[in-house]
Design a protein around this ligand. Structure first.
Ligand SMILES: NC(=O)c1ccc[n+]([C@@H]2O[C@H](COP(=O)([O-])OP(=O)(O)OC[C@H]3O[C@@H](n4cnc5c(N)ncnc54)[C@H](OP(=O)(O)O)[C@@H]3O)[C@@H](O)[C@H]2O)c1
Length: 280
């Protein structure tokens, strides 16, 4: 599903108050889109909405914000219904809300696993369930944010990888179902990206995870947003920003043994350094 123009399109962005979601909202506003951002914290939503307004092409474009927890289905339903009543039918849904608290498997509590799944995976389920009846009327596009960790199981990300691999499966099955309504489903798989969420992620990363992360590049949220917008314009189903993410995707797919060898070697080297006292 290619998007020819974003002008006057009604775009809903979950997780639009920070990081990749906010950068995307600003770029889309500069291309003429009407934007609604959803997140939990009112203060950051208000600040983000003001920033997005500053990027508008035309002052008639609306920018709206809604405080909602994406993991609560009835609240998401209510928020989307109220928005459609006020601003009309949705054209594009971008699911960008997410969280990551990397740790060794045994240090991840059942509660953490549950919360990660509820926000990252069930949250996407909730927003799509709520918006679909409206989107079916004239077609549209759904973009779900997974991660490089949605196709590579990286050390330290057991709960996060479960949620992000799940997003790719959900999206593929849904794409097949929604074609008949003229609705496309794409997946965004960012690599490490310098955002407030990434800073939080870095606080709990095991040394092995840090070693893997340091071997790959770091993008800025604006770069990821530009890749996403180009991907929507060209109708890409898997949008993988940057060289390293694409390399990992193809090497893992075509040479899985080589990929595993490289990952194992990085982990072993980090573990040797930990034993020698060179790493925490
Ligand atoms: N940054 C990276 O390195 C990276 C790499 C790969 C994939 N990703 C994925 O990209 C997406 C965006 O990441 P980011 O780094 O830009 O994150 P971020 O800066 O932490 O922003 C996350 C956004 O999601 C919202 N959010 C979090 N929990 C929510 C909930 N329960 N209900 C509603 N909104 C919620 C946050 O607002 P509130 O906290 O106020 O709710 C915020 O607007 C995530 O899905 C993440 O997993 C990020």
């Amino acid at each position: 599903m290619k998007i020819d123009s974003f002008e006057a399109k009604n775009i809903h962005i979950f997780g639009g108050s920070s990081g990749i979601g906010l950068a995307t909202a600003k770029q889309l506003a500069s291309l003429g889109a009407n934007i609604t951002i959803y997140a939990r914290t009112e203060s950051t939503l208000k600040e983000a909405a003001a920033e997005i307004e500053d990027h508008r092409m035309d002052p008639h474009q609306y920018v709206s914000w809604v405080s909602v927890d994406v993991s609560v289905p009835e609240d998401v339903q209510q928020a989307i219904t109220a928005n459609v009543d006020s601003f009309g039918m949705p054209d594009i849904l971008i699911n960008c809300a997410g969280r990551a608290y990397p740790e060794h498997f045994e240090a991840i509590s059942y509660q953490q696993f549950e919360e990660t799944m509820k926000v990252n995976l069930f949250g996407i389920w909730n927003s799509i369930q709520s918006i679909l009846p409206y989107m079916k009327e004239k077609g549209g596009l759904i973009v779900n944010t997974s991660s490089v960790v949605g196709y590579v199981g990286v050390f330290g990300y057991t709960d996060y990888a479960a949620s992000k691999f799940g997003i790719i499966g959900l999206s593929e099955a849904l794409r097949s179902e929604l074609k008949r309504y003229g609705i496309g489903v794409s997946v965004l798989c960012p690599p490490d990206t310098e955002t407030p969420g990434f800073e939080i992620e870095n606080q709990t990363k095991p040394a092995e995870t840090k070693a893997i992360s340091e071997g790959a590049g770091l993008l800025g949220p604006d770069e990821v947003a530009s890749y996403l917008i180009k991907g929507m314009e060209s109708g890409k189903k898997m949008i993988i920003p940057g060289f390293d993410g694409k390399l990992a995707y193809y090497v893992k797919r075509w040479f899985p043994a080589v990929f595993e060898f490289i990952m194992d070697r990085t982990v072993l080297k980090a573990q040797q350094k930990i034993r020698q006292g060179d790493l925490a």
